[in-house]
Design a protein around this ligand. Sequence first.
Ligand code: GLC
Length: 831
Amino acid sequence: MLKANIEITALAPDVLRLRVCRSVGRDSVEPHPERSEASGASISGRAETVRDARSARASFVGKWGSTKSHPARQLALTTTAGKFSLTHRTGAWTLHDRTGLEIFRCTSFAVAGGHPQLTLRLADGESIFGLGESTGPLNKRGLIREFWNADVLGHASCIHPSLRNLYVSIPFALSLREGRAGGIFWDNPARQTWDIGCTEPGEFRLCAATGPLDLYLFLGPTPADVVARFTGLTGRMPLPPRWALGYQQSRYSYASRAELERIAREFRRRKIPCDALHLDIHHMDGHRVFTFGKSFPRPREMLAKLARRGFKTVAIVDPGVKDDARFSVLKRGIAQRAFVKAPGGKRDFIGKVWPGKSRFPDFLNPRVRRWWAEEQASFQRLGLAGIWNDMNEPALYDTPNKTLPDSCVHQVGRDSVEPHIERSEASGASISAGAHSARDARFPRASLVGKWGSTESHPTAAVATPHSTVHNLYGSAMAAASREGALLAAPNKRPFILTRSGYAGIQRHAAVWTGDNSSTWEHLAESVPMLLNLSISGVAFCGADVGGFLDNCTGELLARWTQLAAFTPFFRNHANIGSRRQEPWGFGPKVESLCRDAITLRYQMLPYLECLFAEAHRTGVPIMRPLLWHHPNDPKAVACEDQFLLGESLLVAPILRPGATARSVYLPRGLWFDFWGGGMFEGGQHIVAEAVAEHVPVFVRAGAVVPTTTPRQFLTSERDATVNLHVWPHGRSSFTWHEDDGETLGYERGEISTRQIEFSDRGTNRELVLGAASGAFASRVQTWRVVVRAAHRACRVWVNGERIESAFDPTLGVVLFEVPNSPEPLRVKWL
Ligand code: GLC
């Protein structure tokens, strides 16, 4: 007999929320502590409650469900997308889709000894993806993973084969059974352990140390459906400033103004495109946050000078505030009662990290986030374009668990939705005409800062909460404060925040990089499944330290890494103190030229990337995708973890071994073209691709349209008047063109220009249709230069029925023609 309150809510036909609440007496109907936050506000009216006489209460709230209750035996909730049923006696439940296919079968569901837990049956051949940031294979089946944010130095699985947790915790899994996707998200930021068929091959056991048993179940049926709903719930990435899509250079540390300026000069002199330089901890005055030390005189002038050369400067900000009685930030923090309390709740907790003894802002308290935002804003107004949040698990040196002790005390605020988030949510609706937006906007938001206190009687007060129950939120809360700070400093500019730590929904606040990897081939290879799973988990804007952080890179490794990372969403080279210099010119002219070419290609691909970022912002679809995303029914594609898709059109097969002269590439069903011009291949098979030094193998899906531009040395809001549309034959495709000013929050107010671009190839008749442009941003495109790839002969071309000139280049195998832009639909045909 399940002795608990169970509430099942249909948030949408394909999204159910299942919670076990505090057990209450037989007939008592207590108001649900989180009703208004979770369900009431967004799903009103037709709430229906079914009370179960024996296990207190099970209620169904939601207009999408119809319920049947046999109080003694079973509860069932049916929506148009599926059916959930729970047996009271055992607490077991199942979720089936509308065709009767089982999505999840839970065999045990309980809070035992204070630990909420459940066991799901793993079906034969079921694969499990997502889980945020973790090492090891793409498919997590057979592994144990934990959610407990930690600072792990050198985390490649070849170094730590049984490593279970990293800096970011996202307790979300995408399950794939015979091509059909479902999802589960356990919204609980305390420590969780997921045994995914490791101990018992057919069992997926999920257990938390404490906190609520609060699950969201997603019915799919495609990976895109699941992730759209998951990100509809936890939020989507706001658009970053355009420059943040460019190449970024970092080192621990550029230790003086002279060194930083020298690096900037080298990039321009060597004509290697670069947009941002990162300042690691040596810029500070004795590791005091928000300061510049003596080696960085006149920072405002320095930052302005760099900005004039097109460099945006990003400074690191760690949470530890040096416990120095004369330090103004500390003094103000103490006056604000801003710091996490030691166990007992009276004195501020003091622990050691980079600055020595430090105090830690209680970011879970909205009042403290505001204070931090103000401190950061004054710092940023010196001219910093971005903020890099590090050590925000938080990492400590001198405590046994290397983070805040479990019983440190936070004042957890209840304002779960920060104003900026609401604003971007609103824009999500306006930027997109997509079917999901309206419903998503009404979703209650999960994984928000500050809903874990037992605050039913004082909804606005902050509540004393032990660290152990909110640990995984600390990094996200710091990133939220940081975003707030950036918006205070420049209210109409898109913030760029980079974070090491986070929880589900971190994409609303920051980009994520995967922390301290190593300059090894193993780590290069591991970065692919790591970034793919982060992407599946909602974090579209992610990347790994290019070249590897720890140890010494080699020229070949740097070249191969740069060639891979040019296709990843976040693109930053970073290296550890004492390691060999890792700037693109650090290994001689040959490697420099390979890196320059890879980085330059990134800048050429910018329009394609911008469209993908806009799509991720609108729908939550990842920028970097595993093959299974578009081929969930193909077991070979599902198993593939050393290749990835950038958007739907490009398949990247990086070179992951030293000295490789070729590699095997799996091409899913359909026709594929060698991106570099080497011919067409039938998919559904492995092929051998040559591993030339100049680039990694990349393939393009037949029928793809890839927009590119003339590469620049750095990005400004200025755009090229000519956009190239590369079109590959023998297929069809469709995507949304997106343009905006790249800088301001205007996109949230509809200042964008979008249009649907569709291509179809019916034998000899090829048609490219640019739908009518919409949105309040005046497109900067004057000319579409169409580049028909894999062409064997000249063609005749018509635009809206009028014949135009074209040129055939037999050596390159391309047909070229120019179409003057117009906001009206453009129908381009060629024979
Ligand atoms: C941490 C970060 C790393 C940074 C270093 C010094 O190890 O992960 O990126 O360079 O601290 O701040």
